[in-house]
Design a binder for this molecule. Structure first.
Ligand code: NCD
Ligand code: ZN
Length: 340
């Protein structure tokens, strides 16, 4: 199968010694990627994003990082203008404070930031949302649904012109909310949420490498996501949420959240689409819908996918840091044919 080169609309590339190895995986399959800003400290200004982008380009010339800013309680409306005018910033990411890895600097009270959202609407800069409440009295498996009811539903009404991406959706409710919303509301879907349900975290024992946020949900949710992704609906597109962590921080008494899939994300999406006989919809999900939503030209280059089994290594070494990838030590039924 030959398809237009995909884009990844949600990825964590990290920084420092890990950066080069990680970017090389993403750049091998994706022409462009929306780069998450949750570094420590976060990428909160246009200037910080410019320097981070330079570090990425230094190790991956030819790859196009689409930068984002991290919305904090201190973000000012004028930062939106600086971001938009830069030409290289394509969205601002909302992390409710405490919702996920490196979200300590996130937002405590979204309404206080309405002037920033109003400016984003005016400047046509998308808002990317990690949609989970952080209220510890809410069951961890319900945090997305509750966020949807408490916060997300009112956003398109308050800011009808704002483009909103509901990131890495994990529930049937989130998929149907996006379907019923106006066309400026879209969602990314990860390969792991299309292929795994929450049982995979407990198969024969606790499986820390299948722990991510938002946490994997029920089989009926997985099926609903697969339906949405393969429906041909332009509101749904690929965002891998590939989120590498050094092995010892996952195999730990308090293991952190994140699944690394950049080594084979396109092949994993192919497996998911094949499962429901919708390989003919793979290209639009991977290579068209996201570009159109972000108002970017579609990629002209192509990649070739073959139904050929590959074995995934037990780990990758990124500058001395070991990362255990999705399907470590197992196989994936698709491969990308690379011209050597
Ligand atoms: C991400 C990370 O590690 O940065 N983790 C994850 O489980 N997805 C953060 C995020 O996207 O929530
Ligand atoms: Zn993420």
């Amino acid at each position: 199968m030959t398809i237009a080169m995909p884009d990844d609309f949600h990825v964590h590339l990290r920084d420092g010694v890990m950066l080069e190895g990680i970017v090389s995986h993403t750049a091998a399959s994706f022409a462009r990627a929306i780069v998450m800003p949750n570094l420590k400290p976060p990428i909160a200004t246009t200037e910080e994003a410019r320097l981070y982008r330079d570090r990425i380009l230094a190790v991956a010339p030819g790859f196009t990082p689409l930068m984002t800013l991290y919305l904090t309680d201190r973000t000012v409306p004028d930062e939106v203008n600086r971001a938009k005018d830069s030409g290289f910033i394509h969205g601002i990411k909302l992390y409710p404070s405490g919702a996920t890895t490196n979200s300590e600097s996130g937002v405590h009270d979204l309404e206080k930031l309405y002037p920033v959202l109003a400016r984003m609407e005016q400047m046509d800069l998308p808002l990317l949302v990690h949609g989970e409440v952080t209220d510890t009295s809410v069951d961890v498996f319900d945090r997305e649904k509750v966020f949807l009811d408490r916060h997300l539903k009112q956003l398109p009404r308050t800011f009808p012109g704002l483009r909103i991406v509901f990131e890495h959706i994990t529930t049937r409710e989130a998929a149907s909310f996006v379907m019923q919303s106006p066309k400026n509301v879209a969602a990314t879907i990860t390969p792991h949420h299309l292929l795994l349900n929450r049982n995979s975290m407990f198969r024969g024992g606790i499986r820390p490498h299948n722990y991510c946020l938002p946490v994997l949900k029920r089989e009926e949710d997985r099926v609903a996501l697969l339906d949405a992704a393969t429906s041909g609906n332009q509101k749904f597109f690929a965002g891998t949420d590939s989120a590498p962590h050094e092995r010892s921080t996952k195999e730990n008494s308090c293991g952190c959240a994140g699944i690394y899939n950049a080594h084979a994300a396109v092949e994993l999406y192919a497996e998911a689409f094949e499962e429901v006989g919708k390989l003919d919809r793979l290209e639009s999900f991977l290579s068209h819908h996201g570009a159109d939503f972000y108002k970017l030209p579609r990629n002209k280059s192509t990649i070739r996918l073959a139904k050929k089994t590959q074995t995934v290594p037990d780990y990758y070494d990124f500058g001395g840091q070991k990362v255990v990838p999705m399907r470590a030590g197992e196989t994936i039924s698709w491969s990308i044919e690379r011209d050597s």
